[in-house]
Write a protein that binds this ligand. Structure first.
Ligand SMILES: *[C@@H]1O[C@H](CO)[C@@H](O)[C@H](O)[C@H]1NC(C)=O
Ligand SMILES: *[C@@H]1O[C@H](CO)[C@@H](O)[C@H](O)[C@H]1NC(C)=O
Length: 281
């Protein structure tokens, strides 16, 4: 007599569990062998290094976000993992809800010759997914300068792997193989960037606007040396593929403030990017 209703509640329970179970990687439920620290792997016969940071209360049954932070030019993975704002400041805001990875580029950059850096990311994602509990629908990359270029390249080559990427003062330095499918995209650029000029940053944004089917919209910019606050433009795009662009009165700076300089750990960039990434659940 109670069978139909218990069957119904079983089905309801299954339907509730299913979406996250489908997105959970093979590492869910396993006792992890990967712990926080530096690791190596071989990619196309080259030795590659990366740092992994697990939540301090890592739970093998909870599918976590996975956030990559490729470094800028002439830096290395320790620059992203350490300093005053590790992982471009996101780690401090994440409240143990994400696994962070700082990969190390070859020759202190991300030339991505023949796609070798994309292959490095493929292999890291495979190794991490097999061992750790990750929500495979919530994989992100965020970087500054060369690291922004690498994140953009991942959006081109792996649109179905990355839920969103963020490019801080980037350009197409790491190539764009593929580059037709939509990926949620956050970018920001200084109006007086003397290393990778504003037009280069807008080129990334405009490519993503096209791919994500966004309606055109005026994106105002603060005047150079005006000390005007940054200006954020949110575009209306294909459902699930938003694009945000922020223009600021500054030079080539990862974490700017609104006084024309470097805001470090108190930069407005950190909550903006976290808000952009954490809208996806
Ligand atoms: C951090 O996460 C814990 C549990 O996952 C939650 O209880 C707590 O409210 C969160 N804190 C903030 C500031 O979001
Ligand atoms: C930006 O830099 C590119 C590459 O160096 C150059 O071709 C272009 O003219 C520059 N654009 C502006 C507006 O300075």
């Amino acid at each position: 007599m109670s069978q139909p209703s218990s069957l119904l509640s079983l089905l309801t329970a299954l339907l509730l569990i299913l979406p996250s179970a489908l997105a959970a990687t093979a590492g869910c439920g396993k006792t992890n062998t990967i712990t926080s620290g530096s690791r190596t792997m071989t990619v196309n016969n080259k030795n590659r290094r990366y740092i992994v940071r697990l939540p301090s209360n890592y739970d093998k049954n909870r599918p976590y976000r996975l956030i990559f932070g490729p470094h800028w030019r002439d830096a290395d993975y320790q620059a992203v993992d350490g300093g005053s704002a590790p992982y471009y400041g996101l780690k401090a805001l994440s409240n143990n809800s994400a696994i962070f990875v700082a990969p190390d580029g070859l020759n202190k950059g991300w030339a991505n010759s023949g796609g070798e850096d994309v292959t490095f990311f493929d292999q890291m994602i495979k190794a991490l997914s097999d061992d750790l509990c990750i929500n495979e629908k919530l994989i992100f990359s965020l970087g500054f300068s060369y690291g922004a270029a690498m994140s953009y390249s991942l959006a081109c080559s792996r649109p179905n792997v990355f839920r969103a990427v963020a490019a801080l003062s980037g350009a197409t330095l790491s190539g764009c193989s593929g580059g037709t499918e939509p990926v949620a995209f956050y970018s920001q650029h200084g109006v007086r960037d003397s290393v990778l000029n504003l037009s280069m940053g807008k080129q990334l944004r405009d490519n993503m606007l096209k791919r994500n089917g966004c309606a055109s919209k005026n994106a105002p910019e603060p005047a150079r040396n005006s000390r005007q606050p940054h200006i954020k433009t949110e575009y209306s795009c294909k459902e699930g593929y938003p694009v945000t662009f922020v223009a600021f009165d500054g030079d080539h700076v990862a974490l700017p403030n609104d006084q024309g300089g470097d805001g470090g750990a108190s930069s407005w960039t950190i909550p903006e990017v976290w808000k952009f990434f954490s809208q996806f659940t």
